[in-house]
Design a protein around this ligand. Structure first.
Ligand code: FMN
Length: 213
């Protein structure tokens, strides 16, 4: 098939100002719950996280959303990774969820702050042991010679921590993205999609505007 001929109809749902919650977090919750319940969406908490380096070069990668509430959206990662270096230099980030089964996307822009060590520790403890070891093993985003670097480190750590619970790595934890802008996008027919943007105003409330698709 020619790429020119590849296109899908987006006509399953619509979105109107009347049905939007005034609170974007509550609106996110409505859509997130629907994404969780949708069989065509295997992992609703998959999102893309964009950061920007101090020289203005953007980069983007897939992460898992691990919690959200009125305070923001939380993901966990290595604090020495490329994304963490970017955030240290420039705390502006964008999160993007694309829920194909519902023909929806949500774009969240805000600033990222490290979560407390207690919060990271609580999440770290909830992870399976293999994932805990994985976090300890990987110097995320650094260049390694080959896979044996990871396998040898894993063996070393397995014996070091045998029979013990693993502590939170000092180089690993969460970021909370505090949103200043959240856009809800619903695919519609003829590419005339519904888009609503919430932007934080001076009073820390959100204004809602419809955007052209
Ligand atoms: C489905 C999926 C989920 C992922 N979840 C995470 C995650 O929650 N945390 C994380 O650090 N990396 C996760 N990754 C790996 C990242 O995409 C990325 O490769 C890694 O964080 C290094 O990114 P960086 O070098 O840009 O910092 C995930 C990848 C995929 C495909």
């Amino acid at each position: 098939m020619q790429l020119f001929d590849m296109r899908k109809k987006y006509d399953r749902f619509s979105l109107s100002l009347q049905e939007l919650d005034k609170n974007p977090i509550k609106q996110f919750e409505v859509w997130f719950e629907e994404a969780l319940a949708c069989d065509e969406i295997p992992e609703a908490n998959i999102m893309q996280v964009a950061t920007v380096s101090n020289t203005g070069v953007p980069s983007i990668r897939t992460l898992l959303l691990k919690s959200y509430d009125e305070n923001g959206f939380v993901f966990y990662t290595n604090y020495e990774s490329e994304k963490a270096k970017h955030i240290e230099e420039n705390m502006n980030v964008t999160l993007l969820f694309f829920w194909y089964g519902l023909q929806r996307q949500v774009e969240i822009t805000g600033v990222a702050h490290k979560v407390s060590q207690e919060e990271s520790s609580e999440y770290f403890k909830s992870r399976p042991r293999g994932s805990q070891l994985g976090a300890w093993v990987s110097k995320q985003s650094s260049i390694i010679k080959d896979r044996s670097v990871l396998e040898n480190k894993l063996k070393e750590l397995e014996s070091k921590f045998e029979g013990e619970s693993l502590p939170l790595p000092f180089f690993w934890g969460g970021y909370r993205v505090v949103p200043s802008k959240i856009e809800f996008w619903q695919g519609r027919d003829d590419r005339l999609h519904d888009r609503f943007e919430y932007t934080k105003n001076k009073n820390n409330n959100f204004d809602i505007h419809r955007l052209a698709p």
